[in-house]
Design a protein around this ligand. Structure first.
Ligand code: MG
Length: 274
């Protein structure tokens, strides 16, 4: 495992934290299975995905893609389907060049250059790329509202916290550092892909059994399914702007639930297993 140590001041849910219960819905979201306390009572280590779980990533990227689509639509005088074409290119490229911002930009440039007859639109589109690069280089991640306070409270309740994020180590570690959340985590694991073995290795590195671990993430495909398969329990916190690459069928498991937002974790993890 490639490992390194060390998602809105936006869309922030401000609803009060509900009491832990066995109801199948919370804050209007259906849980993905009948909620059982048993799995969560065993937890001593909570492992967080980073992008679109702790801070917003997809929101700003998809916004840039939509602005480009508008540009090309206007210049063509008909729907350019820019975003759909970009997503196809990105899906083709990821198995070859992997995840991360450089991979995203590579695919974006390819999609822009497909419109070789629209030089003026290309120039404007590249201006949007320039903004994305500047944001990436200089701006801290937009940490979701309530994330910092929730991490602090979970630490205060005795839980060990870690991050397991997919991507390029330097890039992801820099985001964690700039987010200001680094100090809450015992470890930060940057992995090239998220498979059941990835999560087994995370538990081994943390020196705990998988059943003492809970994975928290926005992606059913890469955070929830493989973590459950490794023996973790899991909490899905869907982000408002899902990445098409990460879409997958629903998960049915007694060891997983869905929550509306990070602060709702405080209703689940009230006392660390001792
Ligand atoms: Mg994510």
């Amino acid at each position: 495992m490639n490992q390194s140590q060390t998602k809105k001041d936006s869309a922030a849910p401000s609803s009060p934290i509900p009491p832990a219960s066995t109801h199948h819905t919370w804050n209007g979201l259906s849980t993905i299975s009948p909620f059982s306390h048993r799995s969560f009572e065993r937890v001593s280590h909570i492992i967080f995905d980073a992008d679109d779980t702790l801070w917003d990533d997809q929101g700003k990227l998809q916004d840039a893609e939509r602005r480009m689509e508008d540009l090309f639509d206007r210049h063509l005088g008909r729907p350019s389907e820019f975003q759909r074409k970009f997503i196809q290119i990105e899906h083709r490229n990821i198995p070859v060049i992997g995840y991360g911002f450089h991979s995203y930009l590579f695919s974006l440039a390819q999609a822009i250059f497909e419109h070789s007859d629209l030089a003026t639109a290309q120039e404007s589109a590249l201006h949007i790329v320039k903004e994305l690069i500047s944001d990436f280089l200089h701006q801290p991640p937009r940490v979701f509202q309530g994330a910092r306070e929730t991490l602090a409270e979970l630490r205060g309740r005795g839980y060990s916290l870690a991050v397991a994020t997919r991507g390029i180590p330097g890039e992801q570690l820099e985001k964690v550092r700039r987010s200001g959340l680094e100090g809450f985590f015992e470890r930060v694991f940057v992995v090239p892909k998220k498979e059941p073995d990835t999560y087994r290795n995370v538990a081994r590195e943390l020196r705990v059994t998988p059943t003492a671990c809970c994975m928290v993430g926005n992606s059913l495909r890469s955070d929830i399914k493989p973590a459950l398969e490794a023996g973790f329990c899991a909490i899905h916190i869907p982000e408002p702007t899902a990445w098409s690459h990460d879409l997958c069928s629903p998960v049915i498991s007694e060891d997983s639930i869905a929550l509306a937002a990070i602060p709702n974790l405080l209703a689940v993890f009230q006392n660390k297993n001792t």
